[in-house]
Ligand binder design. Sequence first.
Ligand code: F6P
Length: 409
Amino acid sequence: MAAELESPKLALVMVGLPARGKTYITTKIVRYLSWLGYRTRSFNVGSYRRARGLVKMPAEFFDPRAREAVRVRTELALEALEDLLEWLRGEGEVALYDATNHERARREQVLSRCQAEGVRVIFVESLCEDAGVIEANVRDTKLHSPDYAGMDPDEAVRDFRARIAYYESSYEPLSELDEAHSFVKLVDVGRKVVVNRVESYVGARLVYFLMNLHAARRRIWLTRHGESQFNVLGRIGGDAWLSARGSEYAKALARFLPSRLEPGEVPVVWTSTLRRTIATASALSFRAHAWRALDEIDAGICDGMTYGEIEEQMPDEFAARRANKLRYRYPRGESYADVIQRLEPVILELERQTRPVLVVAHQAVLRALYVYLTGRPQEECPYASVPLHTVIELRPNAYGYEEHRFELE
Ligand code: F6P
């Protein structure tokens, strides 16, 4: 569990028509809460249908008047719900129920099943008033779904629109009738957020996260500072200046960045407050903002030592770190898990930004950001590969991200 006040047993129940970004939001929440250390998992009802072999179903399968299809779809939805509850009875802490849940009766059913198990529920509804966003969502994501594999794109769009219309015919958005329940309503992801009775600690954190979300696509570049004099000596931490090779990297980065920008695009540039990152960003023609939260992992009493010296002088510390690098906290310093917690404001700001962002920071800090952005488990954080003199370009998209690495020497 994340270091905090409560062990939540929480179900986040998505609500909304198809192509309203529910799975996008679900993926983001899973990533964020997992990164913070909550055991979080999503249960997607569409995947249950496909696992049953009900792939490429025509729009009529989603007609609320088609009784047999409704029976099958209800059965699948409840099967997913029971799996979700089973998981929460065990190790699970936060489960996302990714389905349309667009009729009040279904929501009440889900709510009472969860309450019977002592699981709190927050409904998360996604509404889109912007027709362009829906259209883009259909074309960008739904057409890549196994439901439409091999189908002519125009025909697939027609079929998907018909499917949406069937759902619309029985859609009951959250309203005053739901005021007794906890819910968050998102309108055009990021434009407007309505919050009702969200009281728990994790719920409040979640609301704040959702307020920062948007659906715009942009790039994020992660780079360590250029080689420092401490890197040359194999010493950790400190506040050394760049080596000659490191200064060359700063110049190479200043040449590289404009080549990745669209005409007229101005990126946001963040550094830590340490000399080596500030110096690395100094050759750029864009203003950089220095964040203390981006400073390297605090090695406490080991700051300034080499790994060899630590092993020799403090063998127990060295062994303890090797045994659990994620949780090991340097005496009077930090662990990777601590670094993750202190980076939370950076993540929120990263989500909020619609401009491209360049982060010039340090190995441990960038590992933590990288596992968040790529949705890797927290346990991988201390081992993620973030070499010197390499820019990692990430383009987050609806279901994941694209990654390119550029070695600049
Ligand atoms: O060696 C460079 C450095 O940024 C150190 O300042 C820091 O302690 C270390 O990397 C983090 O990497 P690791 O967790 O693998 O020791």
